[in-house]
Design a protein around this ligand. Structure first.
Ligand code: FES
Length: 111
């Protein structure tokens, strides 16, 4: 684990960015938290909760683009920017700070 001194956020390495494919999520467990990680077109990553707040769908199995992921069960879409859903009644998907350092995905789940 490393700490970003500018933000005081603790990042944990979760895997290699080379394991990711753009448009497809990948699930990881970090500190007992199930997360889904997505590769964007610019080589950055986004990390969200792995479980859909609607009815528990597997977010990592959803289709994604550079701005959002769509849950595979009922196709609600969640923005990477803030986890907001295209139907506000559904709720918000947790999003976590993430980065790539020397090819390694790092995520901060404790924030
Ligand atoms: S379980 Fe994800 S949209 Fe319904």
């Amino acid at each position: 684990m490393s700490t970003d001194t500018a933000t005081d956020v603790a990042f944990t390495p979760v895997g290699s960015v080379s394991d990711l494919t753009r448009g497809e999520g990948r699930a990881y467990a970090v500190g007992g938290v199930q997360i889904a990680v997505f590769l964007l077109g610019d080589g950055t990553v986004r990390a969200t909760a792995a479980v859909c707040p609607h009815r528990g769908g597997p977010i990592a199995d959803g289709q994604s683009d550079d701005t959002k992921v769509m849950c595979p069960l009922h196709q609600y879409a969640y923005a990477f920017a803030d986890g907001s859903c295209n139907d506000p009644a559904i709720g918000t998907l947790a999003v976590y700070p993430s980065r790539v350092v020397d090819g390694t995905i790092e995520v901060a789940v404790g924030t």
